[in-house]
Unconditional design. Sequence first.
Length: 436
Amino acid sequence: MIPRYSRPEMTAIWSPETRFRIWFEIEAHATTALAELGVVPKEAAAKVWEKGRDAVFDVARIDEIERVTKHDVIAFLTHLAEIVGPEARFVHQGMTSSDVLDTCLNVQLVRAADLLIADIDGLLAALKRRAFEHKLTPTIGRSHGIHAEPVTFGLKLAQAYAEFERARARLVAARAEVATCAISGAVGTFANIDPRVEEYVAEKMGLVPEPVSTQVIPRDRHAMFFAVLGVVASSIERLAIEVRHLQRTEVLEAEEYFSEGQKGSSAMPHKRNPVLTENLTGLARMVRSYALPAMENVALWHERDISHSSVERMIGPDATVTLDFALARLTGVVDKLLVYPEQMQRNLDRLGGLVHSQRVLLALTQAGVSREDAYRLVQRNAMPVWRGEGDFLTLLQADREVTAALKPEAIAECFDLGYHLKHVDTIFRRVFGSEK
């Protein structure tokens, strides 16, 4: 985790202090369940909670023990015994390290997912507000980067809104995918611990029991989780690239907010660069890169190995912290985005009416001209305009083959910008519902 791209609430989920607190809760809940089953004394379970509930676990001390034991869970349990006293011998009865590690990881991923879902809610609110603000702001739509036909800037934002609604649904599903608990003991057979302990711990930790664990929770769950994060990151990049393109000097239909005192270049004082969305493009690459090792973690040896462990210690914090930061940054970009309708209109007019070529083509076919001939006539008049040699409407109205099929006023009707916007309300209802 790099502090530059981290936010405190998400970072805290992955701190050693949080991890050891979760470990304690898993162990303490399991001890309570064992006491209820008569496996360990109830007084011992009570003592574990009494001593550990408000304890501050000494990270340095645990690290010191681990340097000797070479085992993180044993180091923690040794430190816990220093805090609890003799009753600590009843902790971890019938459990194995993966019971603690895997359940803890899933608790952390669930908490991270909750923050990411809240992040997307904030982004959706910003997108919705700006979409309605520019619902009927006409701009040019582009295919292959080339002027195509008119759209509205609100439709661009509505598309992003719909995409991030899907992202939210995927995150909710991914959260459910990893919200499982395993307290099944060595090789997952429950030989030394009752399955009811797992059920109890799962309920207390906000999880559900893993149907079958092989000493570890199956990593296909985690692969799906990190794959979803990668898809969300790709959606972030898609919108970021749109902003970057729109901010190009030759386009300049929208740009990132440029604050008082901000500098764009160490050499050129005039520069206003899309640094935030360029940064988002880079961060998206990083989040996507974590999906592949998560998928490679699925194939473990037999009932378990720890080849996945080092991977997850890195990708768990890095992917969630980075995506959290990126979503918050994108929300800020959308919220403060500077939009220039006048420049949008200038760009719409830049090709001298060529953006209406399809409507002229259709009008000619409806007037009885074959599609092949209609295409030839429209293109014949469009190409000079493309080269800067005249106005499309004027050339069409001067073309005898065109006017033989369409009267000049009928040709002019094909240049109505409002024609392209007549179904904006329908699209908005599909995206946002009936709300105006």
